[in-house]
Design a binder for this molecule. Structure first.
Ligand code: DAH
Length: 346
């Protein structure tokens, strides 16, 4: 075959393919065109696969020409494809009624976890009263969790706290924030100190609507000279008034905690029924919100203060429990199950 014949034939392939492409108007036809003009058995591809039959001296030129055609067809394909897409888009924009006055879709907002919202309120209130926020460790020794708090080994009061023990001897997950009392006292003795200690606590409990294995507590401690039970009552009364943003009726019931003497629990009037009795307060008219008392002399001494010179009060409360009461949440498990339908409500 003559050189010019072959080259002309190759040119012809390009022209013919482009002529057909002119008439293509949609994606489907375009795909069919691609298969027949750039696919494996297309004319241009045949040139490559048959090139061994071309006289050796012509091969380089034939190869180059065929390649030019292939590139040209690929470019034309791409242009056509872009054109079709653009046309489809314009069609949609023209034919769909676009109501620019329609309200947009609200993006999901993140928020502060309900337990943390209550914690922040507690920080603010006690901060305003001159208490510093103190962080203490979640992994504790047996001594800080129990012994220094007036519960020697085998003391029956330890049964009040179901404890997660670790494989490390003497190392436990704290069951309450009270061990922080000892840390705060030891860091500050013999200076007077007022602090709150918030944080996670862990208990080896059967999880139920009323008890979780992890939860927050906030510990309160004030040490100084001449601090009395009256100071404790006044501070806590002021605290709940600020927390509930009104004058709240309270009562103190005698109780027992090994680390305080005397000890009490504070109740607030049921804010659902106002003290009349309802299912939320189990018809008592009162809701228990914290434990408290005067720091026991043994604890005082373990903290490095002379119990003959210093007195102090302490209290412990559960922010999840307070949040439950405030929002009539009936199941504590909601707090840590990460269900967006629950969290979104706060
Ligand atoms: N630590 C106690 C608990 O987890 C709560 C508590 C009671 C803390 C009385 C105190 C207190 O500081 O004085 O049940």
């Amino acid at each position: 075959m003559e050189q010019t014949d072959i080259l002309q034939e190759i040119q012809g392939i390009q022209q013919q393919a482009l002529d057909v492409l002119q008439a293509v108007e949609d994606e489907k036809a375009l795909e069919a065109w691609r298969v027949s003009h750039l696919g494996r058995s297309s004319a241009v591809m045949q040139v490559f696969s048959q090139i061994s039959k071309v006289p050796a001296e012509l091969r380089p030129q034939v190869g180059q020409e065929a390649n030019k055609v292939k590139v040209a067809l690929e470019d034309a394909f791409q242009q056509k494809s872009d054109g079709i897409k653009q046309a489809a888009l314009e069609h949609t924009l023209k034919s769909d009624v676009l109501d620019v006055t329609m309200p947009g879709r609200r993006p999901l907002r993140s928020g502060i976890h309900p337990a943390n919202q209550t914690l922040r309120k507690i920080y603010k209130i006690f901060g305003d009263m001159g208490f510093q926020v103190y962080r203490s460790r979640e992994v504790e020794t047996d001594a800080f969790t129990f012994e220094y708090l007036n519960m020697p080994p085998y003391h029956p009061a330890r049964d009040m706290w179901d404890t997660f023990y670790t494989t490390e001897e003497d190392v436990v997950l704290r069951t309450h924030t009270s061990p922080g009392q000892i840390h705060v006292m030891r860091e500050n003795a013999p200076e007077p100190v007022r602090a709150i200690l918030p944080g996670m606590c862990y208990r080896y409990e059967q999880i139920s609507a009323r008890s979780e294995i992890q939860f927050n507590q906030v510990e309160l401690i004030a040490i100084g000279k001449d601090i009395t039970f009256g100071d404790l009552k006044g501070t806590l009364q002021d605290f709940v008034n600020r927390l509930f943003a009104r004058e709240v009726r309270t009562r103190f019931r005698p109780n027992h905690f090994p680390f305080t003497e005397p000890s009490a629990e504070m109740d607030v009037e049921c804010f659902v029924c106002g003290g009349q009795g309802c299912p939320v307060c189990k018809h008592a008219g009162w809701l228990e919100i914290l434990g408290c008392g005067m720091v026991h002399p043994v604890v005082m001494q373990n903290g490095g203060y002379d119990p003959n010179v210093y007195t102090g009060f302490a209290a412990g409360m559960g922010p999840e429990r307070i949040t439950m009461l405030l929002n009539k949440i009936e199941d504590i498990r909601y707090f840590w199950s990460n269900d967006i339908r629950f969290l979104e409500q706060f």
